[in-house]
Design a protein around this ligand. Structure first.
Ligand code: GDP
Ligand code: MG
Length: 193
């Protein structure tokens, strides 16, 4: 049934083929300090708020969304290896879905998010990859530099979903990962018909 793609003999085949088991690689992209690891740790169920690094960068968890199980392999590997170009290329190629994070308190990180979206589009041209744009640190109201409207408008331009989260308050984090599962399923379903 499949030809020409990578090996598709296990659930760990690349997501452009039908990975029956529903294992999806989700990468977090974004500037350093925006909260990628904090969001990942919440996904992984790691509670220790003070330990900067748990050592691991890839977490697997099965979520039940709309009555159906999907397993996400969440990869917090962006910008952790001294930004070597091959790591960046690898990250851009390996994901089945992307979470692009900026901090609402850091306009430069919002601009970086746009650049990342463009880079992703360039590298994965033919594919309709699920992406969610995330404005994190929504609890820091008084140091907000990027409005909700700007975030939303950016997502419209980039044809992706948008959500504001607070890793500190665990606000909307569950919704974020459920959202990525739904986006993956939507694209998958439309491909199959
Ligand atoms: P990364 O470099 O993108 O992985 O960012 P981290 O997850 O390491 O977070 C950088 C800093 O921002 C840490 O001190 C976090 O505690 C803090 N941080 C992350 N998310 C939030 C948030 O939603 N609200 C607040 N107030 N601080 C956050
Ligand atoms: Mg980190």
């Amino acid at each position: 049934r499949e030809r020409g793609s990578w090996s598709s003999d296990s659930a760990e085949s690349d997501g452009s083929s039908d990975s029956d088991g529903g294992l999806f690689r989700v990468l977090l992209l974004g500037d350093s300090g925006v909260g990628k690891s904090s969001l990942t740790n919440i996904f992984a169920g790691i509670q220790d708020a003070h330990g900067e690094h748990s050592g691991e960068e890839i977490y697997e968890r099965t979520l039940t969304v709309d009555g159906e199980d999907s397993t996400l392999l969440v990869m917090d590997t962006w910008g952790t290896e001294g930004d070597e170009p091959w790591v960046q290329d690898y990250c851009m190629q390996v994901g089945n879905a992307y979470i692009i994070v900026y901090s609402i308190t850091d306009r430069a990180s919002f601009e970086s998010a746009s650049e990342l979206r463009i880079q992703l589009r360039r590298m994965r041209q033919a594919e309709n990859i699920p992406i969610i744009l995330v404005g994190n640190k929504s609890d820091l109201v008084r140091s907000r530099e990027v409005s909700v409207e700007e975030g939303r408008a950016c997502a419209v331009v980039f044809d992706c979903k948008f959500i504001e989260t607070s890793a500190a308050l665990h606000h909307n984090v569950k919704e974020l990962f459920e959202g990525i599962v739904r986006q993956i399923r939507l694209r998958k379903d439309s491909k199959e018909t």
